[in-house]
Write a protein that binds this ligand. Structure first.
Ligand code: ATP
Ligand code: MG
Length: 443
């Protein structure tokens, strides 16, 4: 029996998958689809346990094939192979599929996905380990066997359980796709900081991640770097099974294990959740936080980091590893003064990130200060103002990001301005690299 089936119109993808799976793969070419899905299904004689549909199949074709295959074998695992496009969510919602895989995904990402799906199929009794072990491997030795490895050595221990849960809870969610960064592709890390608490750091971080995920689906990670009292998961109504503590643990030195510590949000981004308790959060070392950001920059296009108020060692390490810092303050004179001191200190230490964005949050005509006054107190121009709006708290209490909950709210529009500022592809003034700063500790 050949456990994997590919129905595709791309010869190139067919050969890529053959290289990975060898004799475990049977292929039915999509050309037969001109005669209707039934003609294709008749060619499937291999009793596959996992079917990959695509690339270059239409929505209707994919739907009919998924339906036909599931009718024959209700336990089959279905993967749509398709590039990320704006309508992907519609596909995912409407089709009985288990995962989406980019045809451009690296071998590692492809194998990881197959590992997780086969793990889950075996773990839930939909398939037996023998289904995947019957055929000798025909693949390059450096490429890990998608099945025997998972049967004996689950991806990262806890990752095995996570993958099963993930499939159980959200079987149609494209939650495992990490589009690979092309060699040389830029990645940006954005820290959201403020000298005082309650200025809107988490609100900005969340909406920034959501907005950037629209531009780079599943290539954005939001790190809850408020180690003691992080609330990103709560504000997004996410039930994280893993946290930043797992993400910096020695086991997560393996990238596949690291990836199992992320929680997927349906808006197409990942979250590294805060520690389950302040004590555990405290145990995360500043250096580890900095290193985590660097590693995430190798996986994601955008890394957004929420932070603890003030300029403690953790935040300093964060700032040393990011390309952008968003400084946020409300309109209280004490907060504005504190921000001035923060900017001065960072400049003195040589730790000001390459791109700086000063945001005046809770902006309000009734505050007794004008924007000009605020800029004079901070000693720097205000780049963006976000008005005070009741919709912000409402969205947070509903567990929904504001820009999706109330897209027309003035605060949402202002947040869109921040997203555009950071995402703009060609900004002559934008500096790409990390600023050379003080080396705080050897990495
Ligand atoms: N523009 C705004 N208008 C109205 N309410 C806002 C606005 N921005 C933030 N808030 C609300 O203010 C509170 C504090 O915001 P948020 O949690 O984002 O700040 P923070 O800097 O992350 O706080 P902490 O330092 O406690 O982590 C939240 O209840 C949030 O919903
Ligand atoms: Mg916060």
């Amino acid at each position: 029996m050949t456990p994997f089936l590919l129905i595709s119109r791309s010869i190139e993808y067919e050969s890529k998958l053959r290289d990975l799976l060898g004799a475990r793969l049977s292929v039915v070419t999509g050309e037969l689809l001109t005669l209707g899905p039934e003609s294709v299904l008749k060619q499937v004689t291999s009793e596959p346990r996992v079917a990959l549909l695509g690339p270059v199949l239409s929505f209707e074709e994919t739907r009919e094939l998924a339906r036909g295959l599931t009718e024959r074998n209700p336990g089959i695992g279905l993967i749509v192979v398709r590039e990320q496009r704006a309508d992907l969510e519609d596909w995912v919602d409407a089709l009985p599929i288990h995962a989406v895989l980019s045809p451009l995904a690296s071998e590692e990402v492809t194998v990881e996905l197959l590992n997780r799906l086969t793990d889950w199929l075996v773990g839930t009794g939909r398939a037996s380990p023998d289904d995947f072990n019957a055929v000798e491997l025909e693949q390059a030795p450096e490429v890990r066997n998608p099945v025997t490895q998972t049967a004996e050595e689950p991806v990262g221990g806890t990752g095995n359980q996570l993958s099963s849960d993930a499939v159980d809870n959200a079987p149609t969610e494209a939650g495992w796709l990490f589009p690979p960064l092309e060699p040389g592709e830029r990645s940006e890390a954005i820290a959201v900081v403020a000298p005082k608490g309650g200025q809107g750091k988490s609100t900005l971080s969340i909406n920034l991640a959501v907005g950037l995920a629209e531009l780079a689906p599943n290539s954005v990670v939001l790190v809850d770097g408020d180690l003691q009292f992080g609330d990103v998961s709560v504000a997004l109504a996410l039930e994280a099974t893993h946290s930043i503590v797992d993400a910096v643990a020695p086991e997560a030195a393996d990238e596949l294990v690291l990836k199992t510590t992320f929680t997927h949000h349906p808006a197409g981004f990942f979250v590294v959740a805060s520690a389950p308790s302040p004590e555990l959060g405290d145990a995360v070392q500043p250096r580890e936080l900095g290193q985590l950001i660097t590693r995430l920059r190798g996986i994601f296009r955008y890394v957004v980091v929420d932070s603890t108020p003030g300029l403690g060692e953790h935040t300093l390490h964060v700032l040393e590893h990011v390309t952008d810092a968003v400084f946020v303050s409300n309109m209280a004179v004490s907060s504005l003064r504190a921000l001035r001191a923060e900017l001065t200190m960072l400049t003195t230490l040589g730790l000001m990130p390459a791109n700086r964005h000063v945001v005046l949050n809770f902006s309000d005509r009734m505050a007794g200060l004008t924007t000009k006054d605020a800029a004079a107190i901070i000693g720097a121009p205000i780049d963006l103002e976000i008005p005070r709006s009741p919709a912000v708290v409402l969205a947070s209490n509903r567990g929904r990001p504001l820009i999706h909950d109330e897209p027309r709210d003035p605060a949402s529009r202002a947040l869109r301005g921040l997203i555009a500022r950071i995402a703009r592809e060609e900004q002559p003034k934008r500096k790409r690299g990390l600023r050379k700063g003080r080396i705080l500790e050897p990495q």
